[in-house]
Design a protein around this ligand. Structure first.
Ligand code: TPP
Ligand code: SF4
Length: 293
């Protein structure tokens, strides 16, 4: 894999930040003719302080809830100028996507605006000190789900919501599978209409892991089917990876301090939800496979 030279050294992330690596992979897949729209999130900081920027492409910082709508506006302006070869990427955290930016994202997707929307998912509002978002899993500690009242609600199924918009391309990615991730960014670039990519990006301070364990933790998320990797192209689902041997969810939970207080009942529920979702994905992928044969 060649170096991601569009993301320069000197970024202001914590050590082992999955979100930083995610951007490096995005830039490797997308290339120079890209404009990046970033709402309030850790990446507002990671990039560096104006007038400096670690990204060698134009970046627009926008209010928290407006990533998708600003990206749509930039797209419209580029279209008027005839600059069809420029990809507009909205790049937001899970708080900015699953919660506060969802309405703007839904609007763009319903219009099928030609933008790439990427959610880097660290499963909480990390930039403001680790608060619960609707992407936070059951049983996770955050500063708003302290010991004794850990999150009881399951993570919102954003893929289902986005698939309900019939967009031409949706994919899940992980920083632990960089080749797969770069391939999906490249593919997204070739597709016109709204593309939605969801990339799992561990956050060592928020997940209570050692920075050296970021990639291992992300890999366990996929090997336990907590975060399966797949693509949906024009409504057809294809799994990117089927683990040879599935790891119990427990193993994924045990390597992170944020799940230290999880109850056996919550753990059970999480495992059951993961199994059900995986069965659904397998069935959908098999249906598509049979339709093709
Ligand atoms: C309307 C509005 N509400 C709250 C904030 C404060 N704020 C800035 S960043 C942030 C957290 C962003 O969380 P997320 O989107 O998950 O990205 P992460 O910080 O995890 O990278 C919050 C709450 C804001 N800037 N604007
Ligand atoms: S708090 Fe988490 S997401 Fe934010 S820069 Fe640090 S490691 Fe990255």
């Amino acid at each position: 894999m060649s170096r991601g030279e569009l993301l320069q050294p000197g970024i202001l992330s914590c050590q082992g930040c999955g979100a930083a690596l995610a951007m490096k992979l995005a830039m490797m897949g997308l290339g120079k003719r890209t404009i990046v729209v970033i709402p309030a999130c850790c990446w507002t900081i990671i990039l560096g302080v104006y007038p400096y920027s670690a990204l060698q492409v134009p970046v627009i910082h926008v209010p928290f809830e407006t990533a998708a709508v600003v990206a749509s506006g930039v797209r419209a302006a580029l279209d008027m100028r005839g600059e069809k070869d420029v990809e507009v990427m909205a790049w937001a955290g899970d708080g900015g996507t699953f919660d506060i930016g969802l309405q703007a994202l839904s609007g763009a997707a319903e219009r099928n605006d030609d933008i790439l929307y990427v959610c880097y998912d660290n499963e909480a509002y990390m930039n403001t000190g680790i608060q619960r978002s609707s992407a936070t899993p059951i049983g996770a500690w955050t500063t708003t789900t302290p010991a004794g009242s850990l999150k009881k609600e399951p993570k919102k199924d954003l893929e289902k919501i986005m698939m309900g918009h019939s967009i031409p391309y949706l994919a899940t990615l992980s920083v632990a599978y960089p080749d797969d991730a770069v391939k999906k960014f490249r593919r997204a670039r070739t597709i016109r209409g709204t593309k939605f990519l969801h990339i799992l990006s561990p956050c060592p301070p928020g997940w209570r892991i050692d920075p050296s364990q970021s990639i291992r933790t992300a890999r366990l998320a996929t090997l336990s089917n907590v975060f399966p990797l797949y693509e949906v192209v024009d409504g057809k689902l294809e799994l990117s990876l089927i683990p040879e041997k599935t790891v119990p969810v427990k193993e994924y939970l045990e390597c992170q301090g944020r799940f230290k207080g999880i109850t056996p009942e919550m753990e059970d529920l999480l495992q059951r939800n993961v199994d059900r979702k995986w069965e659904e994905l397998l069935a959908e992928a098999e249906k598509e496979r049979q339709a093709l044969s």
